[in-house]
Design a protein around this ligand. Structure first.
Ligand SMILES: Nc1nc2c(ncn2[C@@H]2O[C@H](COP(=O)(O)OP(=O)(O)OP(=O)(O)O)[C@@H](O)[C@H]2O)c(=O)[nH]1
Ligand SMILES: [Mg+2]
Length: 426
């Protein structure tokens, strides 16, 4: 397939933190050949977002280079998008539609596809309403080549599809809820991997579990949620990998991906993965972006471990310095358990395992019990269950074996089924 050709436009307000590299990376990830990037530092112009002078420059470039699209790094209001389209007569999209185009390419599961479509429709709805408003005011330009009648039909279609998709997502969500309940009853502790896109979340899940899910050096490789079992020092836990974050993830995407992101909200522990190989300025920007999403999800109260990943790419001193900076930055902003320096790629995870142990000890899901086993034939089974779900503290062998253990409360049911008696000590 020939590459789509695009002109990129970036408008920066004074003092705004923006990453041109990231915008270019997004354009490439979405499959565009970048014909030109136009930059401007000025406050937002209400009509065109960029200033009228810049608009003339873009117009000339459009005539000369004939791009398939002009892509803005800024969020455009529906009326700006409409005005720009009228002036330039070429497809106009902004950063968020660009992100959605990437999502569209990467969506594999039915749920991910529906979520992407919903986000797209949610984005288009105000644009179409704006076009209708203009048409009513006597504007003859139409909307993307559609006349008045077609635009009205299109609006109806959007509303109908949104209703249908929400219904279907609700069903999928209910199924997910059932699976989650079952997991909870089983008592497994759930750990969610969160973090900026390309930080190494999927690589980490693979390293923890021996899985082989796709991990690539590109943005938004993962859209689907994967949950797998793994063991830390003998304890069975669950870990979930899901969609990555990006700076200023807008509410309509968070909303569309709600049920996917909910996996993070429902987790007992969050591992926030950061790419330590980048300059501190970038790490800091992505750390704040991630904390913002977690705040929006109301997940900041969850015990959080920061995994400073890809330390194999930097020196020890650099890693230590960045660890310190992360500690300082995050202090008081989240319920942090600690910062671990890791390499998911090289399976260097010792510090992370230690912090997971610390985090587990703070969870109400773990408690100390006295377990009495009368039937010796059950003893082996009980001991192996205790080992996989907690720590064995003491065993007193006599006619009736007494075991003191620190276990996940989900084990209570399983043990009771075996006919042993349990008493909570702490
Ligand atoms: N050198 C090095 N590279 C790593 C490490 N962990 C991940 N990577 C690389 O970083 C890139 C991104 O890794 P992924 O695991 O796909 O990242 P992700 O966070 O799942 O990304 P999204 O799914 O896009 O959100 C890949 O090229 C990985 O091979 C690491 O510890 N060291
Ligand atoms: Mg991934």
């Amino acid at each position: 397939m020939p590459l789509m050709r695009a002109i990129g436009v970036i408008r920066k307000s004074r003092g705004e933190r923006w990453s041109r590299e990231e915008f270019e990376e997004l354009l490439r990830s979405a499959g565009y050949e970048i014909l030109a990037i136009v930059e401007q530092v000025r406050e937002e112009h209400p009509r065109y977002n960029i200033g009228p002078g810049k608009l003339e420059e873009v117009k000339k470039l459009v005539k000369e280079l004939k791009p398939d699209k002009v892509i803005f790094a800024n969020r455009l209001t529906p009326s700006q998008a409409y005005n720009l389209w009228k002036e330039l007569r070429v497809d106009i999209i902004d950063k968020w539609q660009l992100v959605l185009e990437i999502f569209e390419k990467r969506a594999h599961s039915k749920e991910a596809k529906l979520q992407v479509e919903l986000a797209n429709l949610q984005y288009e709805l105000p644009l179409v309403k704006e076009a209708i408003r203009r048409i009513k005011m006597g504007d003859r330009a139409g909307f993307k080549g559609m006349g008045e009648y077609q635009v009205h039909q299109y609006l109806k279609h959007i509303k109908y599809r949104m209703g249908r998709i929400k219904g279907e997502l609700e069903k999928i969500r209910a199924e997910r809820e059932i699976r989650r309940k079952k997991r909870e009853e089983e008592g497994f502790v759930l750990i969610a991997l969160a973090g900026y896109t390309n930080a190494g979340k999927s690589t980490l899940l693979n390293a923890l579990t021996g899985e082989d899910i796709e991990a690539k050096n590109q943005m938004f490789t993962t859209l689907d949620t994967t949950t797998r079992r793994f063991k830390v020092k003998g304890k069975m836990l669950l870990v979930t990998d899901t969609v990555g974050f990006i700076d200023g993830l807008p509410p309509f995407i968070v909303e569309a991906f709600h049920s996917t992101l909910e996996e993070i909200v429902k987790a007992d522990i969050i591992i926030l993965v950061l790419d330590a190989s980048e300059p501190w300025k970038e790490i800091r920007r992505k750390l704040f972006a991630s904390l913002n999403v977690l705040r929006e999800l109301k997940a900041l109260d969850r015990p959080m471990i920061v995994a400073l990943n890809k330390v194999d790419l930097i020196s020890d001193e650099d890693a230590k310095e960045k660890e310190l900076l992360v500690r300082e930055t995050i202090d008081g902003r989240a319920n942090t358990v600690g910062v671990a320096r890791i390499s998911a790629k090289l399976n260097q995870l010792e510090e992370l395992y230690n912090l997971i142990e610390v985090a587990l000890s703070r969870l109400p899901k773990f408690q100390t019990f006295e377990i009495r086993v009368k039937d010796p034939s059950k003893l082996g089974k009980v001991l192996s269950m205790v080992h996989s779900m907690g720590d064995l503290l003491e065993v007193e062998y006599s006619e009736e074996t007494k075991i003191k253990a620190y276990i996940q409360t989900g084990l209570i049911r399983e043990l009771t089924k075996l006919g042993v008696s349990l008493k909570r000590i702490s």
